[in-house]
Design a protein around this ligand. Sequence first.
Ligand SMILES: C[S@@+](CC[C@H](N)C(=O)[O-])C[C@H]1O[C@@H](n2cnc3c(N)ncnc32)[C@H](O)[C@@H]1O
Length: 300
Amino acid sequence: MSRAGVTSGHALSTFPCYRILPTAYLSLKLSACRAWQGLNRHRRKFVPPVFRAALVQPVPRELMLRLRFALPLGTRQQFSGKDLAMPTDTLIHGDCLRVLPELAAGSVDFILTDPPYLVRYRPRDGRGVAGDDNAAWLKPAFAQMYRVLQADGFCFSFYGWPHADRFMEAFRSAGFRPVGHFSFPKRYTSSVGHVRCQHECAYLLAKGNPNKPRNPLGDVIEWSENTGNKLHPTQKPVSVLLPLIETYSSVGGRVLDPFAGSGSSLLAAKTLGRGWLGIEIDQHYHAVASRRLANEGVGP
Ligand SMILES: C[S@@+](CC[C@H](N)C(=O)[O-])C[C@H]1O[C@@H](n2cnc3c(N)ncnc32)[C@H](O)[C@@H]1O
């Protein structure tokens, strides 16, 4: 993890020893705590008092998360005062189907995501995209995104038009209501088949009844920049993501991208003073995004 956040005088600072103790000890401690929690009152009586204090003392929630997702212990994170299950300014290396269920319900303000398009995309350089060859993740991921989003909030999701029906089914079965559809015309052709592909598309989805933004965006946004996909085979330009975050989230709010890739959406969120939380399954892209987020520059 490369992002140096600010520890908010919360649980971590109360337990400074946990930062320096070896992971093996903490894992042992975690197992011991779990074992203690699994004992009924009768069996707990047989645990010698000398061990009890150590067993009963709970392992802080954020530490459990960090151990489970194998995040380096040196990473400093910021936690909101009310909710330890919601790390901020963090990029987690893991499968969002495993990570999202660990996050607290209603704890992110806006979701901006660019999931795999289900098109088995393989550019000439051979770089693939994890999850692009099957839709097993689609419904469970959107169900979890719905759960972790605030009660009245927006989710903005790019999608692959050849599977518009499957994406829409996943959005609706999660509980989302489409409230806008966006086209991003490009100045270049990204691939040629029956047509020359020159645009991207995305849905703006609502959970509940979010307030209408003061300055709603037009639903055609020019894709004026070509990233050249230098960092990721489907890299989105930060410049097209900035107005989305500016319009559909508020300063200080928390933006989630569970399919972070090279971290473009998180970088846009960081640039605009939002908290950010990303999940990326591919170790290489997780490292690329971490490096990118650690540098202050916006990049392509
Ligand atoms: C379309 S790309 C996102 C590209 C990103 N918008 C960018 O600008 O770099 C989708 C990303 O989701 C990741 N991914 C696929 N399945 C995932 C999962 N189950 N959990 C977390 N990340 C996943 C892929 O490795 C890929 O990097």
